[in-house]
Write a protein that binds this ligand. Sequence first.
Ligand code: NAD
Ligand code: UDP
Length: 314
Amino acid sequence: MLRTLITGGAGFLGSHLCDRLLDDGHEVVCMDNFLTGSPDNISHLTGHPRFSFLEHDVTEYITIEGPLDYVLHFASPASPIDYLRLPIQTLKVGALGTHNALGLTKAKNACFLLASTSEVYGDPNTHPQKETYWGNVNPVGLRGVYDEAKRFAEAITMAYHRHHNVPTRIVRIFNTYGPRMRLNDGRALPAFMRQALSGEPITVHGTGKQTRSFTYVDDTIEGIVRLLYSNVTSPVNIGCCDEISILEFAKEIIALVNSTSAITHDPLPEDDPKSRRPDISLANRLLDWSPRVDREEGLRRTLVYVLEKIGQAP
Ligand code: NAD
Ligand code: UDP
């Protein structure tokens, strides 16, 4: 049986990965310190014979009894408001946490997968973004704590691969949404859905002309797992190519929930990327992966979760 450690396993993506790898027959060790995650995300796994949970801060030395086949490093604040309020923790988990997770992987002769991000491209000046693009990041800007931590994490992952022959994978995840997102995590989708449902104004930052490409969580998880089981060491983009402006996205959500909310415009946060869309030809070719759930369906499924969460389920 394969035995897998997932750091950040009580978070949005980490908890979906716990579910998926348990379904694939792994024994899963989930590690988290609940900095931005929640016990609710993994409560359904309590008592599962192949699941265990360890409360631990991965910026401290990691000890795991027994063998490991895979280490998936997902621990990190991920939403802009989280990493802006937790700048030092974000840098530490990307740097020290990644170093500890790699050291553990090496000691166990396991395979390592890093959750990297489209933010390594910063505010990109090529479009769409290919893995060969080196990015346009402001290291001393407010988002630099996240972007540079992830860039360091990619660099140390490649160093462990080249210098210690550790099998490694790097997934560059683009904006992902779906059930288990925190409703108050400040990201566009949960903010807009919550506001639309309560009739509050929808807070679009800036003109709303900035674009994103939103991927439903099941598709992202499938891409990550395909990469894990492959032998691809270079970074791979996982994301959806269906790009939309944030203003249009707000209008879609207003229409979806049949809301009377007006749209208001706040100032655009510093270094907010103007456009983002992955080139996924590598994932397509090497992993035979492409997203399957379109935005209409993904938003419908997410709305069911949000309604349950706020106690408005029919
Ligand atoms: P999340 O905040 O829901 O999950 C992160 C988890 O890591 C939380 O459970 C948190 O408590 C835990 N954590 C943070 N610091 C820790 C530490 N020092 N020790 C132990 N646990 C710690 O965020 P998410 O959206 O699930 O993101 C998970 C990973 O995927 C992150 O590494 C993020 O950078 C990456 N990612 C996510 C997206 C996305 O759209 N959700 C996009 C790109 C990259
Ligand atoms: N955004 C917005 N209103 C909100 C939250 C976010 O207009 O209440 C914008 C944000 O400035 C960005 C886009 O929506 O341009 C996506 O933001 P999110 O935080 O979801 O992810 P990002 O891609 O910036 O990490």
